[in-house]
Write a protein that binds this ligand. Sequence first.
Ligand SMILES: NC(=O)c1ccc[n+]([C@@H]2O[C@H](COP(=O)([O-])OP(=O)(O)OC[C@H]3O[C@@H](n4cnc5c(N)ncnc54)[C@H](O)[C@@H]3O)[C@@H](O)[C@H]2O)c1
Length: 292
Amino acid sequence: MTTGDFEGLAALVTGGASGIGAAIAATLRDRGARVAVLDRDPSGAPDGTLPLKADVTSAEGVRTAVDAAVAEFGALHTVVGNAGIGAIGSVEDNSDEEWHRVLDINVLGLVRTARAALPHLRAAAADRPGAVSITHTCSIAATAGLPQRAAYSASKGAVLSLTLAMAADHIREGVRVNCVNPGTVDTPWVGRLLDQAPTRRPSAPPWRPGSPPDGWSPPTRWPRPSRTSPARRRGRHRHRAGRRRRDAGAAAAPRLLLRPPPDRLRQPDNRLRPRPAPPARLDPGTTKDGTR
Ligand SMILES: NC(=O)c1ccc[n+]([C@@H]2O[C@H](COP(=O)([O-])OP(=O)(O)OC[C@H]3O[C@@H](n4cnc5c(N)ncnc54)[C@H](O)[C@@H]3O)[C@@H](O)[C@H]2O)c1
């Protein structure tokens, strides 16, 4: 369905020729934006978008592509920094070169894109206040401890912090900066990672990859960081432990002494007997043996 909430806006999506980026580019297009796709291989850019070949590791290449988008659309309102690569391994597994490569694309790629785009975004913010933004594709790896993702998680943690710092720097210029943290989304990239992975693909729930259009909300079963403070969690833990102890104690206690269980009440010998009659009331002037 086409809605016009991005009508008249110009957007640039890095890594927009595949997976999540392609879904974002198509959605922006469907909602009325003119969209440029910056990608090292733009052949998969969605129809109706402007494909721009550039690598986010090249400051010059990114600047040329951003300028080409502005020349085509006349302005730039929305930038989605999405180009990224994955890496599998613990800190012992990946070489320095691999670490540099992951950080160069996933983190510095966003820096280069923002540097090239910000002058255009500031100019657009003056014309369309509130409509100008940068959005980064981060990952739940930024906040959840995932095994075998040391370099990737470190890069996404940096993306999260970079987003917060940029948001603080540019909000007064009318440029909002945010990130989204998808869970696992079934894209070509995830397919490649699973092919390389030494471990088996988990086959049963709770593992469920999303597809790109619904990749924005993490699958509900993924562990999320608790919003409760450690002190409050400790308090809650003590409270629950106390309740468990009390319950256990109550279970072990000789409850029969306090209240006979229902089946005993049903036994014939246990039937309520008529109360013994109270002693006859004596006339105040009468002694116990009845004499006055
Ligand atoms: N798929 C997931 O489960 C998942 C989960 C969380 C976050 N992410 C993030 O979403 C983003 C997109 O991932 P995806 O799964 O759609 O991957 P994908 O491989 O399907 O698409 C990535 C795109 O980025 C482009 N790209 C890669 N390196 C580039 C470079 N140096 N310069 C220019 N373009 C480059 C690729 O050509 C490709 O078109 C990444 O930042 C990834 O970290 C993915």
